[in-house]
Design a protein around this ligand. Structure first.
Ligand code: SME
Length: 173
């Protein structure tokens, strides 16, 4: 549980091994969100934790399901497009397929939505609660080919943790 006065600072060791970094981040994220039930607060802290823990990101955050589109949630990075229909861009494709989408080069992804012109590669993983799609976790990088299968598996683990700490009835409609 997080300290009520926020006296305990958010800390992460400097892991050089990528699987170890995800394992440590998963534990730290779960501890950060445990004990808080406010969905916006937890999504906001999760976006900040992920953005600051993973190297070479220029955007990290959430889009949540609202009917047949995704709507921007808490994030870190430059201001982003607010509404993305299912099937549009990388986020909408991941939501429609209900599967992660790993894009090594966003210029080669038809329909990619450029919110930040610095973005070169992108990873989007869906968030589920009891099989229901809540939204997606979206990570952008200014580096080509920044994300690999280890990142995808790691981010699916992180998305699972975040989804457990969001009230499905509040976050998705
Ligand atoms: N590039 C995304 C849009 C969201 S921004 O990257 C934050 C897409 O193509 O869906």
């Amino acid at each position: 549980m997080h300290d009520p006065e926020c006296a305990a600072p958010w800390t992460m060791k400097q892991q050089t091994d990528k699987p170890a970094l995800y394992d440590e981040l998963a534990l730290a994220l779960d501890a950060l969100l445990t004990g808080e039930t406010d969905a916006v607060a937890n999504a906001a802290n999760a976006a900040a934790a992920i953005y600051h823990a993973l190297p070479s990101l220029n955007w990290a955050g959430f889009y949540f399901v609202r009917g047949q589109e995704l709507v921007l949630g808490p994030f870190q990075g430059r201001p982003a497009c607010v509404r993305i229909p299912f099937g549009a861009g990388v986020c909408g494709t991941a939501a429609l397929r209900r599967q992660p989408v790993l894009v090594p080069d966003v210029a080669a992804f038809p329909g990619h939505i450029a919110c930040d012109t610095a973005s070169r590669s992108e990873l989007v993983v869906p968030l589920f609660a009891n099989g229901r799609l809540l939204g997606v976790l979206d990570l952008d990088s200014p580096e080509l080919g920044r994300f690999d299968a280890v990142d995808q598996a790691g981010c699916e683990m992180l998305a699972g943790i975040v989804a457990r700490h969001l009230r499905a009835d509040v976050i998705a409609s």
